[in-house]
Ligand binder design. Structure first.
Ligand SMILES: O=C(O)CCC(=O)C(=O)O
Length: 308
């Protein structure tokens, strides 16, 4: 049997993580102010890691990405280039929390030909308000289910190209990815094997795939990797063009759902404890049972984890 050389995952001390299932509308300024209120509410529960949903400052949809896109590079952007960057930084600082700032549409303009490229981008801030990590959605949401949903992010967006690992000095390492990224176990496994205690996915599933796959995928990534998984959705708004599934949740390393929201606006909080990771891994010692003599260790392959 092959024995893993992966570093032991560490959660240095228990920490509360909150998912803010947020209602957003077309007014970006109002969305940012509302997000700040809900992040304050989440922090008041004692949560030190707070997560916002995918596209938290705008309606979700290909038609909306260019209109709401902000410029993030070179970093830090000015407040007029990215009001969301500065709002998120202030939310993290004012509440003394790590903030995984959902995602926003990002615009990159090349100087030569003024060509614009768009990404679906998540920013993570430290309790001092410093930017810690940027994740551009790696797997774009392109699906077509007859009688269900057709969506083609790639009509407008470009994909990111890295695994995003974030080190929180008091707690340990977590990974951030976005929504459709949760469908790709390789990304999760690589992140997990680099020592993460949690995989965090701002997301916005829909009423076709949400009931079938949202919780299943959260639990699957947790049981595959024996760590915590958090999925954070927008609240459902049936008057909007896109109907989000909701059901933000946190899953433990044995794949039990610890907390799950309903469909409306809600903050759900769970306490993550490193002992639960170690117990899961001791009881079911996948780490020591992997058979890299039978199949290759994908997590040891070359991985891009450089910030843009
Ligand atoms: O994978 C799915 O079914 C939904 C994905 C999604 O909504 C997204 O990537 O934004």
């Amino acid at each position: 049997m092959a024995s893993s050389t992966t570093p032991r995952p560490v959660l240095k001390q228990p920490v509360k993580l909150a998912c803010v299932q947020l209602a957003s509308g077309p007014d970006k300024t109002a969305n940012l102010l509302h997000a700040a209120d809900k992040v304050r509410e989440a922090a008041a529960t004692g949560a030190k890691i707070v997560v916002l949903p995918e596209c938290f400052n705008s309606p979700y949809g290909c038609d909306h990405f260019p209109a709401y896109a902000e410029t993030l590079l070179p970093s830090p952007p000015t407040p007029s280039q990215s009001p969301s960057f500065h709002a998120l930084s202030a939310m993290a600082r004012d509440n003394n929390i790590y903030l995984i700032g959902g995602s926003i549409p990002e615009q990159v303009t090349t100087e030569e030909d003024e060509k614009k490229t768009y990404y679906n981008t998540s920013l993570t801030f430290s309790p001092t308000g410093a930017l810690l990590a940027t994740h551009r959605k790696v797997h774009l949401f392109d699906i077509s289910i007859p009688g269900g949903i057709t969506f083609r992010e790639s009509d407008v967006l470009s994909p990111g190209n890295k695994v995003t690992l974030v080190d929180l000095p008091e707690y340990g390492r977590l990974a951030v990815a976005i929504c459709y990224d949760v469908r790709f176990p390789e990304l999760a496994t690589v992140a997990a094997r680099r020592g993460c205690f949690a995989l965090v996915y701002p997301g916005a599933f829909n009423l076709t795939t949400g009931p079938l796959h949202w919780q299943l995928l959260g639990r699957a990534r947790a049981v595959d990797n024996q760590l915590y998984v958090a999925l954070c959705s927008p609240a459902r708004d049936l008057s909007a063009g896109y109907h989000a599934w909701g059901h933000s949740l946190v899953v433990d390393p044995m794949a039990q759902v610890m907390v799950e929201a309903g469909e409306g606006e809600e903050v759900v909080v769970a306490e993550l404890d490193g002992d639960r990771i170690e117990q899961a891994r001791k009881g079911i010692p996948l780490r020591d049972q992997r058979r890299f003599d039978v199949y290759p260790d994908v997590s040891q392959g070359k991985v891009n984890d450089e910030e843009p």
